[in-house]
Design a protein around this ligand. Structure first.
Ligand code: NAD
Length: 405
């Protein structure tokens, strides 16, 4: 199916950027919000993104103007009568998402694909609100969408292969890297990131390392930023919601560290509130230190040790669980982490990294972390199976991947 015209519903942070990404591929897009002020702000944001490209000499002012003119802002569905694909980016609330899907089902052509940019909600359930569940799919862009390359493509239980292919082709035409993710809570990247964020938080609460020390260690490992800078950028309010949903689905191993609640209650939400783990107001004092001291009075543990493995291995273990559960292929998991989080390319992704270390060594390390820190490090059965079979990674020429001699 060729997409001639697209629609975006919800013109907030994500909707505006997604509309810009679509126009960059040369497609006209209609952008709807309930609030005309938000529509105007979104159009200004799109213009600003193109203006920066002009300033950097990446396009002429004329080319930028032509791209901006591909967006039509609106507050009604009149212009959705001939769209081929719509992405909803309204707030993360199932009732609202279903209502929007139902409305779109009523106004869009029968052939149109209805996609959701949800970070955590069920695509299958959204599909059930329409008469075309085979055409409902998740297209999960990452913030900032005009920069981040990854798009998770999430089919629901009723989504057809044709819709999956069309959505994948659409993401590619938007110059993104699509990765197929079978529906599960948190999809892929958020599900892998949360255990890493939680473990980093535990290290701080237990007093084994400070916020900037952990951030620096993550950067030294090759990540573009450390866990606390990442949360400050994403907004703690947003990350906390994802954490709650993951706990509900996966139980104890995803239990959010108490540090998030303490920072949330102190309104230390990161850049958006001017203060988070770091201070963005330019003042010297930081309330974060005070909150951390209070937490350490309860959780300090002289046995607690920080190591880069302690925060990276939870990603590795969860990635193995995702392979085991057929959430994504090993290669897609590695691509997703590189394109979505900036996992260091020289390590080739988390599972290639595990293969380099040696899966027998990974297993021993996870067993040691289980003894020292708790059952959340319990090694994924697939790792044990691979080790038992002698698939030890690069040194055995077979692990999560195969290696030629
Ligand atoms: N912010 C992120 O980092 C991020 C990243 C990936 C995915 N997401 C997901 O994207 C979606 C949107 O998130 P956001 O951060 O852009 O939210 P946001 O609050 O910035 O924007 C949502 C917009 O939807 C509008 N809206 C509400 N009801 C509507 C309706 N019935 N019709 C049309 N517009 C309506 C609101 O006025 C608002 O402008 C959520 O599902 C979120 O989980 C967010």
């Amino acid at each position: 199916m060729y997409i001639y015209k697209a629609g975006v519903v919800g013109a907030g942070n994500m909707g505006a950027e997604i509309a810009q990404v679509i126009t960059f591929s040369g497609l006209p897009v209609v952008l709807k919000d309930v609030d005309p002020e938000v529509v105007n702000r979104a159009l200004a944001r799109i213009r600003e993104i193109y203006q920066r490209r002009v300033e950097k000499g990446k396009m002429t002012a004329q080319e930028a103007e032509a791209k901006v003119n591909l967006v039509t802002g609106t507050t009604d569905y009149e212009l959705f009568k001939d769209v081929d694909l719509v992405i909803e980016a309204v707030p993360e609330n199932m009732g609202l998402k279903k209502q929007v899907m139902r409305e779109l089902d009523g106004v869009c052509p029968e052939s149109a694909i209805l996609a959701s940019n949800t970070s955590s909600l069920s695509i299958s359930e959204m599909g059930s609100a329409t008469r075309r569940p085979e055409k409902v799919i998740g297209l999960h862009f990452f913030f900032p969408a005009h920069v981040m390359k990854l798009v998770e493509i999430i089919p629901g239980l009723a989504t057809s292969e044709e819709t999956l292919d069309d959505a994948t082709g659409f993401a590619e035409s938007c110059r993104k890297i699509p990765v197929r993710v079978n529906e599960c809570t948190g999809f892929l990247v958020n599900r892998l990131l949360l255990p890493y964020l939680n473990e980093s938080a535990r290290c701080v609460m237990e007093g084994s390392a400070g916020v900037s020390e952990i951030d620096q260690a993550a950067v030294a490992f090759g990540l573009p930023m450390g866990p606390f800078t990442l949360v400050d950028n994403l907004g703690l309010d947003v990350s906390r919601e994802v954490g709650k949903v993951l706990l509900e689905s996966y139980g104890e191993r995803m239990r959010p560290a108490e540090l998030w609640t303490a920072f949330y209650e102190a309104k230390l939400w990161g850049r958006k509130t001017g203060e988070g783990f770091y201070n963005y107001r330019g003042s010297e004092t930081n309330r974060a230190d005070e909150v951390i001291r209070t937490l350490q009075a309860r959780f300090a543990n002289s046995q607690s040790k920080f190591s880069i493995e302690r925060i990276i291995f939870p990603i590795l273990n969860e990635a193995a669980v995702c392979v085991q559960e057929h959430v994504s292929r090993a290669v897609d998991i590695d691509v997703a982490l590189m394109a979505g989080v900036g996992f260091p390319q020289d390590k080739g992704g988390i599972l290639a990294y595990a293969d380099q270390i040696g899966l027998d060594v990974v297993l021993q390390m996870l067993e040691k972390l289980t003894r020292e820190c708790g059952d959340r490090f319990w090694p994924c059965p697939l790792i044990k199976r691979l080790v038992g079979a002698g698939f030890l990674g690069v040194k055995a020429r077979r692990g999560f991947f195969e290696y030629s001699a």
